[in-house]
Ligand binder design. Structure first.
Ligand code: SAH
Length: 348
């Protein structure tokens, strides 16, 4: 099948076979794939890129995920937890800079009960004109419902891998089915749901195809993926990305083609992965960019993996430079909250 008809078929009727065929196309077809994906994004999202300010509220974690640099047993981590007041103040500051969404992210820190998180969200909503996304790990359906009632708009919880076997190997004491159940609970609570996986966590393209197809079948509002980066503080310190780098970029393009409605960020991990990696994802597939607005003194200690860029950049600088970057690539910076368009997409 010619590349264009293959891509059109993938767009119209995504199947695992088609995803695999596109993943395995020769590198000489890469430009054509990325161009197709960019056209889908431009058509559905009007060349608008939403900026979300990310606040890393705590690097305490009860879990010990094999790849993650802030896991419970990682040594040499300077642990910190922002106070409720600091988080709210930081969200208000992000809003003053121009952000219409703040994303609060943390390790799975038992200090942040649903009640505490809910109170923080309520206070942010009283003081700032922003949508709030949380990315703080697993809670129960009732707790997600409470968070929704407290004003939480969106929640990010990656399933990390669709392989149950690899999931249990890499997430000591955690269960894949519980992760998926949490995602269903987020969805059921009425919160816009985001998930995704670590590209390269499984070393073969059949499993990568399964990961991509799971994003599609979960019917997500947001899809966040990034390549796995070796962190020296973890047991995966010698990890080597198992594919050509193009596979990571192509994964994002395929995701865009099969989930046109989804909010897809160009994640920071792409910059640690490849020079200008985030820009490449922005050019080809993403419609969301997430600058870091964590106060500098904390941000330096939130190392999920060794970051190569923006670690010492102030929040103010990262907003301005992201906006400039977006506009220099011919995009428009989103002015609104940038809520999910999934339901509208299927009605039209
Ligand atoms: N505690 C929250 C947030 C986790 S951090 C939760 O459980 O969802 C956010 C994401 O960073 C993770 O879901 C994981 O996919 C990613 N991440 C962690 N370590 C990484 C690494 N070494 N390389 C790339 N991404 C990583």
């Amino acid at each position: 099948m010619k590349t264009q008809s293959l891509l059109m078929e993938l767009y119209k009727n995504p199947t695992a076979e088609l995803v695999y065929s596109v993943l395995t196309l020769d590198e000489r077809f890469s430009d054509e794939i990325h161009e197709f994906s960019a056209n889908v994004r431009n058509k559905v999202h009007d060349r608008v890129i939403h900026l979300r300010g990310i606040i890393e509220i705590s690097n305490y974690c009860i879990h010990n995920c094999s790849y993650c640099g802030i896991g419970r047993e990682c040594s040499g981590v300077n642990r910190y937890r922002m106070s409720e007041g600091e988080i709210i103040e930081n969200a208000v500051y992000a809003n003053a800079l121009g952000y219409k969404t703040v994303v609060l992210q943390s390790g799975e820190d038992s200090y942040f009960s649903a009640e505490t998180l809910g109170r923080i969200v309520q206070n942010i909503k009283k003081k700032a004109d922003v949508a709030v996304t949380l990315s703080c790990g697993e809670y129960s359906l009732d707790e997600y419902r409470f968070l929704h009632q407290s004003g939480c708009d969106r929640y990010l919880l990656r399933f990390e891998t669709s392989s149950e076997e690899i999931y249990s190997k890499m997430h000591e004491g955690q269960k894949f089915q519980e992760r998926i159940q949490s995602l269903h609970s987020i969805y059921e609570s009425g919160i816009q749901t985001g998930s995704g996986f670590l590209i390269g966590i499984t070393p073969d393209l059949v499993s990568l195809t399964d990961d991509i197809m799971l994003c599609r079948s979960l019917d997500l509002d947001m899809i966040g993926c990034g390549p796995l980066i070796a962190d020296p503080a973890t047991s995966m310190k010698d990890f080597i990305f198992p594919f050509e780098k193009e596979i990571a970029f192509r994964t994002m393009a395929i995701m865009r083609i099969i989930c046109p409605w989804a909010h897809i960020p160009a994640t920071t991990a792409f910059d640690a992965f490849s020079p200008q990696g985030r820009v490449k994802v922005l050019d080809s597939a993403a419609n969301v960019f997430m600058p870091n607005v964590t106060p500098l003194k904390f941000k330096l200690n939130y190392n999920l993996y060794p970051k190569k860029t923006s670690v010492d950049e102030s929040a103010e600088l990262s907003f301005e430079s992201s906006k400039k970057l977006i506009e220099s690539r011919g995009f428009i910076t989103g002015q609104g909250y940038g809520h999910s368009i999934r339901k509208g997409y299927f009605q039209s």
